[in-house]
Design a protein around this ligand. Structure first.
Ligand SMILES: [Zn+2]
Length: 101
């Protein structure tokens, strides 16, 4: 891919939106530094922002020696989860993934 500004060579770079910490991929000109994203890269970024908007802010609370978080009612209803139900929890990169059932 050639740079639309200077016709220089463009290579794929991975970067992070500093505020939201959303990672993205773009083409960057090795000559002038111009950056652009293609349709697939744009769609991927839009998807990440949609997920971020859906995310709820929760706070960790002390529960014995462990920490607990409240699951928002909206998610409880959507997932059909209830008190006493089992779930698996695992670390996934810098996140926690909770799988009910
Ligand atoms: Zn350029």
């Amino acid at each position: 891919m050639k740079c639309p500004v200077c016709k220089g060579n463009m290579s794929v770079v991975k970067d992070v939106m500093p505020k939201e910490k959303v990672g993205f991929e773009a083409y960057k000109c090795e000559n002038c530094g111009e950056e652009l994203v293609n349709m697939a890269q744009l769609k991927s970024l839009a998807q990440k922002y949609r997920e971020l908007r859906r995310a709820k802010d929760v706070r960790f609370a002390k529960w014995g020696n462990s920490l607990a978080i409240r699951i928002p009612t909206e998610l409880v209803d959507e997932l059909g989860i209830h008190e006493g139900m089992h779930a698996l929890i695992r670390k996934e990169k810098e996140a926690l993934k909770i799988m009910p059932g």
